[in-house]
Design a protein around this ligand. Structure first.
Ligand code: GAL
Ligand code: CA
Length: 347
């Protein structure tokens, strides 16, 4: 009796399927994008905002034709945690991974996990070395060119020094400067610093380096490093080149803490154009910054993710990749003169 009932049910389902398959009413199945976003540390101001843009972008794709779901994981600075999180994201069925590596030199476990399941990876913001990206043909990188950010920062500083002679406070014809650097080993630390200094020299600025502090992108750490440098050099520092806005602001905090008067302050330069960074440029506290195009990076990742999941040739052909793997978004110079173009409307 039971067997008969099951048999009847199977016939009904088969007929319904056949009916749908032949009838005009059959719709193509909705595309499903399930993105797993793994982030190195959400306490990082710039990355946190970039991940927000990414999540919003994926949510914005959601339509009847294309269903999207997004899960974000924060590794809080541990590569082992990130490896586990990626495994969990893959187990939960995500079909595209966006990975902001904790240790950019250590992506092998993540690559192996994704490859076993055939899930492509878009790395972002923390660039793996080229050999690692060659491990599989479904690995990509979206970011920005660190040398460009450094060169722009150096050019902005050179322009300021040439225009405002008072920056050379001791009038010795040289600019005494210090550098605040991000994480050691990060592409944006080494290359931004080098190319900023190169650009200043190219513009004919004579430099004297007084010091350098590693502050891992953090405002609080930068304040401490700057306090140490100030105890050595007091009011001799004329220029502060910081690898990001947070550290430039941390340097400013150090001067504020010691009650330096405005005329004794050096010229500060950052990179990123975070909300706080842009505000400081607007108020004249930072001389200038370099905009790190998080919106553009997020959009490029979403387009690429969609093309990779749906595997539509036409979509993939529209995406311009360097060496079949890389997308680099342009940086932009931000000064008080053009800040309005970067501020949100309400500001
Ligand atoms: C850089 C950014 C820094 C920091 C870092 C993290 O591109 O300028 O502020 O967020 O990425 O990887
Ligand atoms: Ca000087």
């Amino acid at each position: 009796m039971k067997i008969k009932k099951i048999g009847a049910a199977v016939v009904v389902i088969a007929m319904a399927y056949w009916f749908c398959a032949c009838g005009e009413a059959k719709k193509p199945p909705a595309e499903k994008i399930y993105a797993g976003i793994a982030c190195y540390n959400r306490s990082d101001i710039f990355v946190n905002k970039l991940v927000d843009c990414l999540r919003e972008g994926f949510d914005g794709l959601n339509s009847e034709k294309c269903r999207t779901a997004v899960s974000v994981r924060d590794a809080a600075g541990s590569q082992r945690t990130q490896d586990d999180q990626v495994k969990e994201l893959l187990d939960s069925g995500c079909n595209i991974l966006c990975v902001n590596l904790v240790d950019r030199a250590d992506p092998s476990d993540i690559i192996d996990l994704a490859r076993e399941r055939g899930v492509p990876i878009i790395f972002f913001n923390r660039e793996p070395v080229a050999e690692d990206l060659m491990q599989w043909d479904r690995l990509y990188y979206v970011g920005a060119d660190a040398a460009q950010a450094g060169a722009m920062q150096g050019e902005l500083a050179a322009d300021a020094i040439q225009e405002y002679r008072r920056i050379d406070r001791n009038k010795d014809g040289k600019i005494q400067y210090v550098v605040l650097e991000g994480e050691p080993g990060h592409q944006d630390t080494i290359i931004r610093t080098e190319s900023a200094v190169d650009a200043l020299k190219r513009e004919g600025i004579e430099l004297e380096k007084l010091g350098c502090g590693i502050a891992n992108w953090s405002r609080a750490q930068a304040q401490n490093r700057m306090l140490q440098m100030l105890s050595l050099h007091q009011n001799k520092i004329e220029l502060v080149l910081a690898n990001n806005d947070e550290m430039a602001l941390g340097a400013l905090d150090a001067y504020a803490k010691l009650n330096y008067t405005e005329s004794a302050l050096p010229a500060f330069f950052g990179v990123d154009g975070t909300d706080a960074g842009l505000k400081a440029v607007k108020e004249g506290k930072l001389f200038a910054t370099v905009y790190n195009n998080k919106e553009g990076q997020a959009q490029a990742m979403i387009k690429l993710a969609k093309a990779l999941v749906t595997q539509k040739r036409m979509d993939m052909d529209k995406i311009k990749l360097e060496k079949n793997k890389y997308i680099y978004l342009e940086y932009a110079k931000v000064t008080r003169g053009n800040i309005w173009a970067f501020l949100k409307e309400e500001e």
